[in-house]
Design a protein around this ligand. Structure first.
Ligand code: FCB
Length: 467
């Protein structure tokens, strides 16, 4: 096969963020609190008690942030809407000022030819809806669809790409099963209920999208995080464990969406906490989507582990490979594998990598306007090559969004963990494009051409001036 690969001219080169992680001012201009506001303001739940009160102050600095995106050369930007900015109570009266913020952001992006890619739900449920049961209440599908309809009407004429929900697996695993993320529940019985209601909400919103005049030129899909599972050994126990982990993480959402049923392993995993669902629900969930967004960070080498209920698996550390600051193994070939797997199992759906990136110990501050982060350059380079390899093998990949544009509030890890291609000084809000941002910019501006050239890029790091 030839080494020269041409990315399609309309390939999306983007960066991703989410509302609570960057905006700050969570209660400004009439917004209501979200479950993340409450969670982060509860002592002991986040590292150092960090909250999203200020974050990257993007709510106020959005115009210069959009200018920064244009400097980097992005042609797309993925961000999320804070539901409780728009609907402070989650349902009922609209807070016009909240809606206006997103309208101004979309206009600022379009002015610079950056395609807005909107996620309706990136984990910050209005607290008022949590008080009514949140994702455990079946009515949430209607609440979510009403909110989605407001956004479709307000932005549908200008936004070409919509995602309903970001990472339903994390919402339920982190929010309802293990309690590490908002709303912080630890309940085996709640997790499958929340999963099902997330999927029903997705389906109902897609149905509304199809019926809306405002969005007739737009596309809609779901964003999932996928972690390819590799068997730790060929023992029957590890093989079965790997299948369970794969069902739990990867097929739990995609099988209902594309095949109209849950994986058989789910009943085994959840035991009496598993519930069967009606054919009507499954039909609603399986509305045809226009694309699938895949967030990929790492793989898992999986073994049987009785202690780790309910899936009874654990990951085996791979000492020979690089790991990021939060212990995630760097393993780009698994990205090629998961893209090929999605096509093989679910068909030739247009795919986007909606998140991919790494937390590394960057220099703590920009020195002389420079933040050199070679490990992140390599991470992004390796994963772009892996994505390109999948495209070579025929995968219909239409875009790549690096996580993240900015260093930001990494949920329960607070500000300790930096994922940005742009460094943020949290005291001054100064932004500095890191080496990884410069590398990504060179890739973006050459439509992938600079991928051939990472070595040259790394050989000439911009060094801080001598003191
Ligand atoms: C993903 C989330 C995103 C960010 C990255 C590191 O699971 O969607 O908000 O936290 O992980």
């Amino acid at each position: 096969m030839s080494d020269v690969f041409q990315f399609p001219d309309d390939f999306l080169w983007g960066a991703a963020t989410s509302a609570y992680q960057i905006e700050g001012s969570p209660l400004a201009d009439g917004a209501g609190p979200s479950i993340w506001h409450r969670f982060s303001h509860t002592p002991g739940l986040t590292l150092n008690g960090d909250t999203g009160d200020v974050a990257c102050d993007h709510y106020r600095l959005y115009e210069s942030d959009v200018a920064l995106m244009a400097d980097i050369g992005l042609n797309a930007y993925r961000f999320s809407i804070s539901w409780s900015r728009v609907l402070p109570e989650g349902t009922g009266p609209v807070n016009q000022k909240g809606l206006d913020f997103y309208s101004r952001l979309v206009d600022a992006l379009l002015k610079r030819d950056i395609a807005p890619n909107v996620t309706l739900y990136h984990w910050d449920l209005p607290a008022a809806l949590d008080d009514r049961g949140g994702w455990l209440n079946r009515d949430i599908a209607q609440w979510f669809t009403d909110y989605a309809g407001i956004m479709f009407d307000a932005l549908g004429d200008r936004v070409p790409m919509w995602a309903t929900i970001n990472e339903p697996w994390v919402v339920t695993d982190g929010g309802y099963l293990h309690g590490k993320l908002a709303p912080g529940h630890r309940n085996l019985f709640e997790s499958p209920i929340a999963s099902h209601n997330l999927l029903r909400s997705h389906g109902m919103a897609v149905e509304a999208f199809r019926g809306s005049q405002a969005t007739k030129n737009g596309k809609i899909g779901l964003v999932v995080n996928l972690e390819p599972q590799y068997e730790a050994s060929d023992s029957a126990e590890d093989v079965a464990a790997t299948a369970r982990a794969d069902a739990y993480m990867n097929r739990q959402y995609l099988d209902p969406l594309f095949l109209g049923r849950y994986p058989d392993e789910m009943a085994k995993i959840f035991g009496e906490a598993w519930i069967e669902h009606t054919a009507d629900d499954m039909k609603l969930i399986a509305q045809p989507a226009d694309f699938l967004g895949i967030n990929y960070y790492k793989r898992n080498v999986t073994r049987h582990d009785m202690i780790q209920e309910p899936v009874r698996t654990s990951g085996v550390h791979q000492p020979d490979n690089v790991h990021t600051e939060i212990g995630w193994e760097v393993y780009p070939p698994a990205l090629t594998r998961i893209l090929l797997w999605v096509r093989e199992r679910y068909g030739d759906i247009p795919l986007y990598i909606t998140e991919n990136g790494a937390a590394f110990n960057d220099p703590p501050a920009a020195t002389g306007g420079v933040v050199d982060d070679p490990a992140r350059v390599e991470y992004i380079h390796g994963h772009l090559l892996a994505a390109r390899e999948a495209m070579r093998q025929g995968v219909n990949l239409r875009g790549y969004f690096v996580w993240s544009l900015l260093d930001n509030y990494e949920w329960a890890h607070g500000y300790s963990t930096r994922f940005g291609i742009v460094h943020v000084n949290y005291e001054t809000q100064e932004r500095t494009i890191k080496s990884s941002g410069k590398f990504y910019s060179s890739v973006v501006k050459t439509n992938g051409g600079a991928l051939e050239d990472e070595a040259a890029f790394l050989e000439e790091p911009a060094l801080p001036p001598p003191v």
